[in-house]
Design a protein around this ligand. Structure first.
Ligand code: ADP
Ligand code: MG
Ligand code: MG
Length: 932
């Protein structure tokens, strides 16, 4: 059988379904699905995404076999509806719509009312008796076709669209303000002017032949897959170019036939808050993108009850049908043609993090989905949005009282943003690049603006509704957005805006509240979110914090499914306390060097470094001992029996000395030694490559007294804490070990100190000695190292540097281009390089466990809080990940999702007896983890 390229839907048929997104694109698959479950979908057919690939292979031509199949399906459509394309009596009009696997709102092109020409427009008038409608449709068609297929577009960004310019001129000539005030004659004249402009600017005649129109449009939609906007969007959302778009050819239904017709878009729940309410907008006597284009401000969906009660009731029914069928919040497009409702699109709705979390949790309550499914639907990074600041309410009140409230728009993207005004995306990007916070302020946004929107703190628009481009994209990006703020008079040319008689210029400070829609002049400080106030500040009762409660449920489910433990990287008691509030189960990395910079500590530290003799060094270290002990005791107390991994000194010593003469002179005076001596010491400590120099365990091996002091501080603090009746579990971690003998050297010292302290203090406690695996030799010889180490912690920052041979501090120059060229898919310092660094980790895990089956394994590099890296850590069987305090909730969720996603693999493994040996250590590790 010949390969099938085209799939018919509607009129009682559905050759596709929602599972066929790869082939039919999201739009095509869901149109077929809706037709299949009996919803009113105008019939049509989908040309598959495979044809897009063929199109590009075939030098942007549609292959003959596909053409034949399209024609066959066109005949089928004509027969189903009793109309013919180009038929002078009963003309068929169709839309040509793009639709990729992943939704790319507004990125590619759509053409409506195709099939109109001088003859068929006359037939449409004769048939409907509505000349205004017919010419309205015609001028829209010529406009869209002229733009998309014939390429008549604005040349640069602030230029008005050439077709809109013609419309504006016409309105001016006729003395009307509204599109709806243009008569049939006016619209007819517009068609003539449009065609003339096309001829003049492109040299091409507008095609009269509907078949020619059809092929032109299909080709252009495939062509739009490679337009700049689509390419930029794909890059931002990691959509592969190879997917291609499908093309949908669909019978037109008309929302522009008069006041009994209309068109709208809606979400089955509130996409901003997640509230279970119907949420959408519509316009009567309108077509296509009118609702989202921001030309007229649309009406809230509930008002449709008054305009057309029957259509509204049916829409409500469909809302529930769709939610039950898809078990998710859906985004729908519909049109009412003379009282008859049609569904034109549905897809799973984009939503804010607030909404994503609330909807997932609510749907568990409604028994639409289970807990696992709920977790699968919340991206770990979305939790960030719940932690995002809101305005300081007192400061905001003051601002409002002082009359700084400029206007109120729609609360399209929750959160608070303060920044400086810029009026276009290019500026937004440029300003953000130099570290400015900006509010992108536009009359309306278009898909061209996505990069600028991404760079801005917040987005403010003068036109457009809750489902306008700005609102939709902002919610997806998790940006603060106030949309449709009609009082703003924005002048792109002058780079200013006037509101309430005041003029604000580019660079002026502005604050926008995306939760209330308020636009406030000046800068307003932001303050912590609800979750933070409950968990960290404890200034809000959980019962009064609905967002917190939802968050807590998600966290509880995550904890139920995850097998990885979550620790934190912290070196201060308050950081540790925050991390525990966020759910940290231990400290995975306590960096002792940060402590040396603390109050009163840098002096003795410098004395130690500048010391000439062992005695001098010991004297300086003796001053440091009580200070370090106090730091550790503070942390042990907060951690209350949870394991605490403390790393002995790691950075090169010159980092503790000033590098300029001024600073050097100052410390010389302070310490009563000659300046020359300080200078000399700094020079002698200079290294060509400090990253690979005298640092890590090398310091402790050459100066054992440093390790000794640190171990003593740790163990004395542990002993004192234990005496207070608080549990302690110190884990001493030796950094930068490449050879087992390095570790053995330091371990001996640490154990001797522990024994001495226990004896002196008359208490015993458990402790572990282990190492970081952060240079390749350590990973490769992990089996040997594990003879000494009781735990490994992967230091993936250094391990990435040393494995790739890339210095993180010098990588900016080439790493960004590397990622752009897709040499590395992602920045390897952000997302763990599974194929390189990851393989070394896997090897170290296997070798380490072979020697010591119960060895504790964790990660403490930045990757420990990055969801994809957390998943990898789960896959290779680590016991825990450790990340910064604010990423702990993200890591908890990421770990749960990793466990759920990777669960089947475990089941398969269990079924294969051969792998039983490999399973054993993992089981033991789990047992060890449970013991903690
Ligand atoms: P996008 O993917 O950018 O949303 P669509 O293909 O959905 O583009 O088309 C944009 C709009 O055109 C839709 O919202 C719908 O209102 C209108 N439209 C598309 N096809 C038809 C049709 N067959 N009849 C009436 N309106 C249509
Ligand atoms: Mg659409
Ligand atoms: Mg390191």
């Amino acid at each position: 059988m010949a390969k099938k390229y085209v799939y018919f839907f509607g009129a009682g048929a559905a050759e596709g379904n929602m599972k066929m997104k790869n082939l039919l694109g999201g739009k095509g698959a869901n149109l077929a699905e809706m037709a299949g479950i009996g919803l009113p979908v105008p019939p049509g057919f989908t040309v598959s995404t495979e044809v897009c690939t063929l199109f590009y292979k075939n030098r942007r031509r549609i292959p003959g076999a596909v053409r034949a199949e399209v024609e066959k399906n066109l005949r089928r459509l004509e027969k189903a509806v009793g109309q013919g394309l180009g038929d002078p009596k009963n003309p068929l009009l169709v839309s040509i719509r793009s639709g990729a696997r992943a939704s790319m709102p507004g990125m590619m092109d759509t053409i409506l009312n195709l099939g109109l020409n001088e003859k068929t427009v006359a037939a449409l008038i004769a048939k409907t008796g509505n000349a205004r409608f017919a010419y309205d449709s015609y001028r829209r068609f010529v406009q869209m076709y002229g733009d998309v297929v014939l390429g008549l577009k604005p040349v640069h960004k602030d230029e008005i669209d050439p077709f809109e310019a013609i419309i504006e001129r016409k309105k001016h000539e006729r003395g009307v303000r509204n599109d709806l005030d243009l008569t049939a004659e006016d619209l007819k004249d517009l068609v003539t002017r449009f065609k003339a402009a096309i001829k003049e600017k492109t040299g091409q005649d507008f095609p009269e032949d509907p078949m020619k129109q059809l092929w032109g449009a299909v080709g252009a939609v495939f062509g739009s897959w490679m337009n700049d906007r689509a390419i930029a969007y794909r890059k931002m959302y990691d959509i592969p170019e190879s997917w291609g778009t499908a093309v949908n050819v669909q019978l037109m239904v008309f929302g522009n036939m008069g006041n009994d017709s209309g068109t709208g878009v809606a979400f089955t729940r509130d996409a901003a808050t997640g509230e279970n309410v119907f949420y959408g907008e519509y316009l009567m006597n309108a077509q296509g993108e009118d609702v989202v284009a921001g030309i007229r401000t649309p009406r809230p969906i509930v008002d449709l009850k008054r305009d057309d009660a029957k259509a509204y009731a049916e829409l409500e029914r469909i809302r529930h049908t769709l939610e039950r069928h898809y078990r998710d919040m859906m985004d729908i497009e519909f049109t009412i043609q003379q009282g008859q409702l049609y569904m034109l699109q549905c897809r799973v709705g984009k939503r804010t993090a607030f909404a994503a979390i609330k909807i997932a949790v609510d749907m568990v309550g409604e028994k639409l989905i289970g807990e696992r499914e709920a977790l699968a639907r919340i991206e770990p990074d979305q939790l960030n949005q719940l932690l995002r600041p809101i305005f300081d309410q007192a400061e905001k009140q003051t601002a409002v009282k002082a009359g700084r409230l400029l206007a109120k728009g729609l609360n399209a993207g929750p959160g608070a943003a303060t920044g400086r005004i810029v009026f276009n995306s290019v500026d937004a990007e440029a300003w953000a690049k130099r570290g400015e916070k900006v509010i992108l302020t536009r009359i309306e946004t278009s898909p061209e603006d996505i990069k600028g929107m991404n760079a801005a703190e917040g987005i403010l628009t003068a036109r457009g509704g809750m489902t306008s481009h700005a609102a939709l994209v902002a919610r997806q990006m998790g940006k603060v957005c106030v949309a449709g703020c009609g009082e703003l008079l924005i002048d792109y040319g002058r780079h200013d805006m006037t509101v309430k008689g005041r003029t604000l210029k580019e660079g002026d400070w502005l604050s926008i509240d995306g939760s209330t829609g308020e636009v406030i002049e000046g800068k307003i400080d932001t303050r912590p979110s609800e979750v933070l106030r409950v968990l960290i500040e404890k200034t809000l009762a959980p019962a009064k914090a609905p967002v917190y409660q939802t968050f807590a449920k998600v966290m509880a489910w995550a904890d139920k499914f995850r097998t990885l433990k979550i620790r934190t990287n912290a070196d201060q008691p308050d950081q540790s306390r925050n991390a525990v509030a966020f759910g940290a189960e231990g400290i995975g990395l306590c960096r002792t060097e940060h402590m040396f910079f603390g109050e009163g500590k840098i002096g003795p530290m410098r004395e130690m470094i500048l010391a000439d003799t062992l005695d001098e060094r010991r004297a300086a270290l003796a001053k440091l001992l009580p200070l370090q002990r106090k730091d550790f005791a503070g942390i042990f107390e907060v951690m209350d029996g949870r394991p605490v991994t403390i790393r002995t000194i790691d950075p090169p010593l010159h980092e503790f000395l000033p590098h300029e003469e001024k600073g050097q002179r100052e410390i010389a005076v302070e310490m009563g030694i000659p300046y020359e001596k300080v200078k000399e010491r700094v020079e002698s400590l200079h290294e060509f490559n400090p990253m690979l120099g005298f640092r890590g365990c090398r310091l402790g091996i050459i100066y054992p007294e440093i390790t000794e002091m640190q171990a003593r501080a740790i163990f004395e603090a542990a002993a004192d804490t234990k005496k207070k009746g608080i549990g302690v579990e110190p884990e001493v971690m030796i950094p930068l070990v490449g050879h087992v003998k390095e570790l053995a050297d330091q371990e001996k010292l640490v154990r001797a100190t522990a024994a001495a302290v226990m004896k002196e203090k008359g208490v015993t406690f458990k402790y572990l000695v282990g190492t970081m695996i952060e240079i390749p030799r350590g990973a490769v010889t992990a089996d040997e190292i594990a003879t000494v180490a009781e735990f490994f912690s992967f230091g993936t920052n250094d391990l990435t540097q040393t494995t790739l041979g890339v210095s993180r501090d010098d990588a900016a120059r080439f790493l960004v281009p590397y990622v752009e060229k897709e040499i590395y898919a992602k920045d390897p310092f952000e997302v763990l390089d599974r194929d390189g660094v990851g393989q070394l980790m896997r090897m170290a895990v296997e070798r380490g466990r072979k020697t010591r089956p119960g060895i504790k394994l964790g990660i403490c590099g930045e990757h420990g809080g990055e969801p994809s890296s957390v998943e990898f850590c789960h896959q290779i069987g680590l016991n825990y990940v450790s990340c910064s305090p604010f990423r702990v909730p993200i890591a908890r969720l990421a770990a749960a999702r990793a466990a759920l996603l990777n669960a089947p693999a475990k089941a398969v493994r269990a079924a294969k007896p051969k792998r039983a040996a490999a399973r054993k250590p993992a089981r033991k590790a789990k047992k060890a983890a449970r013991r903690r």
